[in-house]
Design a protein around this ligand. Structure first.
Ligand code: CP
Ligand code: NVA
Length: 336
């Protein structure tokens, strides 16, 4: 465990494939302890800062409950509460927080900010989502895949929809590291950048995973074990609704697409929040403006027997515990 001490998780590449798999297995172990009511206070007496520039339900809730279960005190610092981004630089904020807190989570726009926090704080920093990457989500996601299929190597995970966002980037790179075949099924204009594709291909070559980037839905989803999707419009790009609805309609995760996998044992995953109906305020607004009741996933698929998004969401807590305990934990507390 000592090799993890003091390290930050800013992007998946910060850890080796073996270390990522260790974190996945440690998450499964901590989930078991939680279910059995066995204490696991690896962060007893520590303080954790939770910085959020963008909204969050799961990431904030997971970091908060994980901190408390681990014996630490979490402190939420929202974008309107602190000086960062207005009166104070990343460096100065990082130096101050690093002198008081034992670990810092950051969610926001720029990858440079989370990297700056790590550089100047002197404590482990965890990326809770930037425009580019969502690494803590990856531990929960591949943990969910492992729980469902008993293994990672050789599994085919197909991501459909906006192939250029943080989730697509992270799934492509992490799957390639872990030996999971990743298909990205997206229109040409929304496929991963050449840079991300190349980066993933280097890992895929080592792990033996086979990636496919295609705009052809039939070809891309055939034989998939997992169909994965995410919102068509990510936080910060709210002006893109009309364009995305038009380009991404053929890439909606629906029951027809599920059939096209030809795999009765397939599962559906979604990092959430999901646009699968108009019962939300946001949904009603979109229906009035664009006439759509569902976007990236239909309600039928979301509620089908294949769906695993709520297990996946719960796993955010277990996996964030593993990440925090491994990198900022008290070593003298033995594993049960
Ligand atoms: N999946 C995820 O990161 O959800 P939140 O935006 O609610 O944290
Ligand atoms: N791509 C989404 C993920 C939310 C968890 C976003 O960035 O808004």
């Amino acid at each position: 465990n000592t090799v993890f001490q003091g390290r930050s998780l800013l992007a998946e590449k910060d850890f080796t494939p073996e270390e990522l798999e260790y974190l996945i297995d440690f998450s499964i172990h901590l989930k078991d302890l939680k279910k059995r009511g066995i204490p696991h206070k690896y962060l007893q007496g520590k303080n954790i800062a939770l910085l959020f520039e963008k909204n969050s339900t799961r990431t904030r809730a997971a970091f908060t409950t994980a901190s408390v279960d681990l014996g630490a005190h979490p402190e939420f610092l929202g974008k309107n509460d602190i000086q960062l981004g207005k009166k104070e630089s990343v460096e100065d904020t990082a130096r101050v927080l690093g002198s008081m807190f034992d670990g810092i989570e950051f969610r926001g726009f720029s990858q440079d900010v989370v990297e700056g926090l790590a550089k100047f704080s002197g404590v482990p920093v965890w990326n809770g989502l930037t425009d580019e990457w969502h690494p803590t989500q990856m531990i929960a996601d591949f943990m969910t895949v492992k729980e469902n299929f008993g293994k990672l190597k050789g599994i085919t995970l197909t991501y459909v929809g906006d192939g250029r966002n943080n989730m697509a980037n992270s799934l492509l790179v992490t799957g390639s590291m872990l030996g999971v075949n990743i298909h990205i099924v997206a229109p040409d204009s929304l496929q991963p950048t050449e840079e991300v594709q190349k980066f993933a291909a280097e890992f895929a070559e080592k792990s033996g995973s086979k990636n496919m980037i295609t705009s052809d839905v039939d070809k891309g989803v055939k034989g998939s074990d997992v169909l994965y999707t995410d919102v068509w419009v990510s936080m910060g790009e709210e002006d893109k609704f009309e364009e995305r609805i038009n380009t991404l309609k053929p890439y909606q995760l629906n029951m027809d697409m599920v059939k096209k996998t030809g795999n009765e044992n397939m599962i559906i995953m979604h990092c959430l929040p999901a646009f699968h109906g108009i019962e939300t305020e946001y949904g009603k607004e979109m229906f009035e403006k664009y006439g759509v009741r569902e976007m990236e996933i239909t309600d039928e698929a979301f509620r089908s027997k294949y769906a695993r998004q709520f297990e996946e969401a719960e796993n955010r807590m277990h996996s964030i515990k593993a990440i925090m305990a491994a990198t900022a934990g008290n070593l003298f507390i033995p594993r049960v």
